[in-house]
Design a protein. Structure first.
Length: 148
């Protein structure tokens, strides 16, 4: 059997991304390698994303057996999901929060967003800018009332 990248939902509720290296239907188990747990997080109105972490934090091995009775769903993943898995595994192993990519191709008209583009700032910088805009708008309204 050829190994493949997979997403697995297990009966404990955890969702794993991993490499499936072996499936054994006779003994009802699968063998996985480098599993990471993903958890959806949402703070209403602020952020929506995925939290990644090692599945078994104190384990000294990279290979695990999961009994078939503990598997709710298993599906092969492709494309961007594989890239997400590889990037996440790299981040967990190195502690690096930024993955260095080779030239990534984006759909037409889309570019990656970064701090140099001016779309990201600290809360304090954003607050200062908004206060300046508010004050400027207030002065403009007062000037227009005075000229009448």
């Amino acid at each position: 059997m050829e190994s493949f990248f997979a997403s697995i939902k297990i009966s404990s509720g955890e969702e794993l991304l991993c490499v499936v290296t072996e499936t054994n239907l006779e003994n009802d188990y699968i063998k996985i390698r480098f599993p990471i747990e993903i958890e959806e997080i949402e703070i209403p109105g602020i952020v929506h994303g995925l939290k990644i972490k090692y599945w078994l934090k104190t384990s000294k091995t990279d290979d695990f057996l999961i009994s078939g009775e503990n598997i709710i769903a298993l599906t092969e993943i492709h494309g961007e999901a594989i890239e997400f898995y590889k990037d996440s595994l790299y981040k967990l192993e190195t502690g690096d929060t930024e993955v260095k990519r080779k030239h990534r191709s984006y759909p037409e008209g889309r570019v990656s967003i970064d701090k140099d583009m001016g779309l990201l700032s600290s809360i304090e910088d954003a607050r200062t800018l908004l206060e300046l805009l508010f004050l400027e708008d207030s002065y403009d309204k007062e000037d227009s009332k005075d000229s009448k």
